[in-house]
Design a protein. Sequence first.
Length: 373
Amino acid sequence: MVGAGFLASPYAAKNVGYLGAAVIIPTIALVIELGVRLLVSTKRELKMRGYREMELTYVGLGRILLGRLGFSVILATVSLAQFGVCIAYVIFVSATFHEFYSGIPAWGYALMMLVIQSGLCQIRNIKNLQYTSMMGNVLVFLIVISIYSFNLHMLGTTGNKASKAWDWNIRHFPRCIGIVTFAMEGITVVLPLESAMKEPKFFMTVVDAVMVGLCILLLTFGEVGYMVYGDETEDMITNNLPRNVFTNVVMATVTCNLIFTFPVQMFPVTEILDKEMDLLSNELYRTLIRILCVAFSVAVGISLPDFGAVLGVMGGVCFCSLGFLFPVLFYLILFEETLTTTKFWLLIILAVIGSIISMLVTVNSVIDLVYGK
């Protein structure tokens, strides 16, 4: 998610102004950090109360604390979120390859993704995904540094073109929230990663360091990009780059990053299906489930060509609820008797504000998807 979100961050800054971005991006980072902390605290408390590690997935917490209905809602939301990310990846990869060579239709490249990911998604253990994830992260770093350096050079040559300090237009700032939330959110893989650590007690220290670094890099990358291209900033900063060898290398690297990180985004869905359908001992069905999940993502990706709108919808309807609203609800239910009145009502108020913003972002993104920007 980070790769696509980074490339869209200058467009996010354009929609709220450079000072608006300086407020919104750190605020969203703090909210996401709080959501992770509440989720991890809930899991650790339930583990102390005797629940097994395999029961304490995101969806498992929903079953334990919210019952069957809550479990069903969370299962649907998690599945929609992760499928949405994978669909966005398919759209971007197929469109990028088609731009390189138009002799093959975009759906042809999507079918190639089906073959590649059907193999990569057979990796059963998230520890084994560290290699593809590491390769993806290295590629993201190279992409960001390359574009960052290019934009800094352009800023010194052309000067600052950012014309807006603030823009709170009701049709503009939800786009920024959706994009930034999409870029920074990854809560569905938090619990598996915490379980996979040799020393889980250091997990939140690692998360804190990563979130601070990610926030700083995302903010400055977005601000510099907006300052270079001003009102002409596109929804993906790569569309503003000159068409030359440098841009082609960047686009190829972005594409490779998404290919390598696709299995990580699909993992929460397949992990849930394995456990909920009791398939852990049946390798054939587990293999077929993964192929069908990839095939579904590819089929929807072929039929939905709007990459930006998909990001917005996912950022609104899925990641706002998964990243903050559900963790708050889990925490309130589990710790209700020990919470102070101030902390209880503060969490309630934050949840209400988050719900309103989530609906606003989602409605705005759906309008973009149906009617265009």
